[in-house]
Design a protein around this ligand. Structure first.
Ligand code: B1M
Length: 211
């Protein structure tokens, strides 16, 4: 669909207002929110990722593309949720220490909230201590870590260890995700659930909270 290609192009150029307008237009034309997200915005962001890797674009360009993506996601938000307002459980989410990527985490949050879960978002660059405080304060069923860098992913293991040391391991299920994270890594570090995308993260969270 041409509009999806245009969304991808505008996102790559960092044209946030255009992306917002086109996303709304797509919705008005009856295109499914998931299709707009995956075949429009995420496609554009993946192209930026490859160009970034090949030094064809640099941090400023990636930043404006990320801003445009966040604008698009905000526009899509009402159409991605299921409007189930009964809170079925509580989840604490954060991107691990050293890591500033938040688009994936924000999507996980939107999908979980759409399923009626209460989500406490600790933001990015979250230290082990902050996670521990949040478990004590909010007593969530699930604590979720996101990481986009191979260099910060390893901090997930440290948070799991700190949760154990604090005597809180049996109080929460630990969910992890992010582009470099795998099911195998999840097992290795002693986390409970690995999810490759936001929709399966929300489904898995609902499963945990139902039991
Ligand atoms: Co960065 N960056 N970045 N970056 N960046 C990557 C990740 C990279 C792969 C680009 C590349 O080289 N091709 C590369 C990492 C290489 C590596 O470690 N192997 C990289 C690098 C190197 C860096 C810097 C080091 C660059 C530099 O400064 N020289 C730097 C690090 C800064 C830091 O964090 N300390 C950096 C900075 C940035 C920006 C700030 C410019 C910007 C982030 C802006 C922001 O987030 N607000 C940025 C961006 C945008 C990217 C790319 C292009 C896109 C990431 C993204 O948002 N994807 C990325 C390349 C790429 O991924 N193609 C890249 C879309 C998002 C929806 O996907 O986050 O994977 P994702 O989330 C998915 C799933 O993974 C999953 O669900 C989501 C939706 O389905 N998921 C979970 C995510 N978290 C989950 C948690 C769960 C469950 C599922 O449970 C709790």
């Amino acid at each position: 669909m041409k509009i999806l290609d245009t969304i991808s192009e505008m996102l790559q150029k960092g044209k946030a207002d255009e992306v917002k307008k086109l996303v709304q237009q797509g919705i008005d034309e009856g295109i499914n929110a998931k299709i707009i997200l995956e075949d429009g915005m995420m496609k554009g962001m993946n192209i930026i990722g490859v160009k970034f890797k090949n030094n064809e674009v640099y941090v400023p360009e990636v930043l404006v593309a990320a801003r445009a993506m966040n604008f698009g996601i905000e526009t899509l938000k009402p159409y991605m949720t299921e409007h189930e307002n009964i809170a079925k459980g509580k989840v604490v989410l954060g991107t691990v220490v050293g890591d500033l990527h938040n688009i994936g985490k924000n999507l996980v949050k939107i999908m979980m909230e759409g399923k009626g879960l209460e989500v406490i978002d600790l933001g990015v660059d979250v230290s082990s201590e902050k996670y521990i405080e949040a478990i004590k304060e909010h007593q969530p069923q699930i604590i979720g870590f996101s990481a986009l860098l191979t260099t910060t992913m390893i901090n997930m293991e440290k948070v799991v260890a700190t949760i154990k040391e604090a005597g809180l391991r049996d109080k929460v299920k630990i969910m992890i995700g992010g582009a470099p994270v795998t099911e195998e890594y999840c097992k290795t570090i002693g986390a409970d659930i690995y999810c490759s995308d936001a929709a399966s993260a929300a489904d898995a969270a609902i499963d945990v909270c139902a039991n």
